[in-house]
Design a protein around this ligand. Structure first.
Ligand SMILES: [Ca+2]
Ligand SMILES: [Ca+2]
Length: 129
């Protein structure tokens, strides 16, 4: 798969490449989230010979499509220190989601960043690569 040095582990860089290939808007952030999600023993990498790989595949399948969901935004605002991340995500989505499909795509990302910046968040740091 994307195991760069053939040691049977996927590190953050490997995952970043994976999410880049999947068309993610924020591959580095996705990689960090995927590790958080799938790294069961907490060593910061995905062991391809264990259940961690299953978890990773599930995560990638759900989130590798280049869109940010409301759940993603909530998590992002939480990481940015928002007191009400769910509320903030809802507002941001309302503001940035131009075509009303409930997802933030590449074209809408600028609006999202603009919204976050106006509210004093530095979302580009969390979302860019
Ligand atoms: Ca691990
Ligand atoms: Ca949209």
């Amino acid at each position: 798969m994307y195991d760069s040095n053939g040691d049977n582990y996927l590190n953050k860089e490997d995952l970043k490449k994976l999410f880049q290939q999947l068309g993610s808007n924020a591959p580095r952030w996705r990689a960090a989230r995927a590790i958080h999600h799938a790294d069961k023993n907490g060593d910061g990498r995905i062991d391809m010979s264990t259940m961690e790989l299953d978890q990773l595949v599930k995560y990638a399948r759900k989130h590798g499509d280049g869109y940010l969901t409301k759940e993603d935004l909530t998590e992002a605002f939480r990481q940015l220190g928002s007191t009400f991340p769910g509320y903030r995500a809802g507002r941001a989505l309302h503001r940035a989601d131009k075509n009303g499909d409930g997802l933030i795509d590449k074209k809408e990302l600028d609006k999202l960043v603009e919204y976050a910046r106006k509210r004093g968040y530095r979302l580009r740091n969390a979302c860019s690569n």
